[in-house]
Design a protein around this ligand. Sequence first.
Ligand code: DGJ
Length: 550
Amino acid sequence: MHVKQLFWIFGAAMWLMSCADRVEVSPLPRLESRGEAVQLLVDEEPFLILGGELWNSTASSPAYMEREGLWDRLQLAGLNTVLTPVYWELIEPREGCFDFSTLDYAIGEARRRDMRLILLWFGSWKNSMSCYAPGWMKQQFGEKYPLVKTKEGRTLEILSPFSEVNMEQDKRAFTAMMEHLKRFDTDRTVIMVQVENEIGMLQSARDYSEAANAAYRSSVPQEVIDYLQRQGANCRPRLYEAWVGQGSPIAGDWETMFGTGIDTEEFFMAYHFAKYVEPIAKAGKEVYPLPMYVNAALNSRGRKAGEYPSAGPLSHLWDLWHIAAPTIDFLAPDIYDPLFPEWIAQYDLPANPLFVPEIQHEPRRENGARVFYAVGRHKALGFSPYAIDDATPEREGYALKEAYTILRSLMPLVMEAQREGRIHGVWFDRNHTEQRLTIGDVPLLCRHDLTLGWSAEASDPAQWSETAALVIELGEGEFLVAGTGVVMTLQPRVSDGTIVGIERIDELDYRDEQLPALRRLNGDEDHQGRHLRIPFGSYGVQRLKVYTYR
Ligand code: DGJ
């Protein structure tokens, strides 16, 4: 080839490369601490995740999703985000050979509908087990790839976190996925990644493999000791009290530092699970820095560590996860238990924003209520019922769709109010029927709508499903209330003895994102000025203006 031709080809290649550099890419989604809230920014705008998580196997098959018309249904259900697994066994069917076709399909379908994705990395662990490890790895489980052992010496189908080899394989695959995203997802359809799924040790509180036993007998890493000394009573109580109970030692093995028993075994294991996750998340973020979190199966129903997945990203283990996996942005609870408010409160911590990545799909439509409480009371980043494929109008679909439609219209207002600390939440069930809020100097008594006894369901305890609302302070004496099944009465102001009354209530049309006033509510709708009400079974947004009289 002539030198001139070579020059020309070289010049053209350089020009093409410089064009590639200029290709418009959207800014990366990121978490940012803004005012009183940590918020997720998507396309630089604060974004509330109105999500739903697919059944585990749905995303393994584009053909299945097509057959079910699933993407259209998800869009119709009002979601702006779908939580979808990425399966290690499918993306790396042969060692080192990657196939991202299922992921690319999901990105394409979500993008077409202006929906976002959160990827769930089903890597080394899925609900504690290692069922999603590729077949070529499974064939060498227990040999090349060490597994955990119970106290009795039984081997479980769980990759041991004490193996560098296991971690390296996971890291390689995870990084390949992030590299692929970086290249393929320039529109930023994927906004966040969950690293692994419900990590935890089962049957025993800790791994009893040889490597694990050696680590258990060795000194607690200095970073843990430094942290305890630095943070003291700011640590989560169980960890702190165990340490203080031992006389606050500044050196020693896990039992010297925290005592004997399954609590210590769980501390030890949490640290090492997190130590395994950290290099994976770090390598992934180095390639493509999306927000990353880990989700937890809860330590509920009075079960002991090992009966529930021990040492997962649980609230009482927050410090250990934070020390060993600082790259992980937050820990998140999967809610499959009653008393949802108590569980989510445990994950709203100073350095841990609340996100509910999974919550049981509720035939009684309770999630349509719960999302208001999570967003209002705990400034949640978002909400996502599990098995969202089932959200049909007959089941939860209607409730969730109404709730999500409201929150979509309210999103800018909600995000601003979260930052400025002007948002509140109330939640009710059969046994928790009222809650008092004082906003500014306006005292509100909020109740479950069925306490009025006006609805047919009121007399049947089985019908009392959960209700909730969020309340935003709009200005002096002006509030916005959004939710379902609540009634609010104004209370006398203690400070100056004046009585607070309803000047006016406007129902807002939440199907229009401009939120125009639809009806002036008075008469029967506000009980002749006595209360604000969103009746049980319906959804609404109302703007309340109060006044005072003597
Ligand atoms: C929690 C897990 O994270 C999900 O993947 C799924 O297995 C559900 N449990 C099933 O209830």
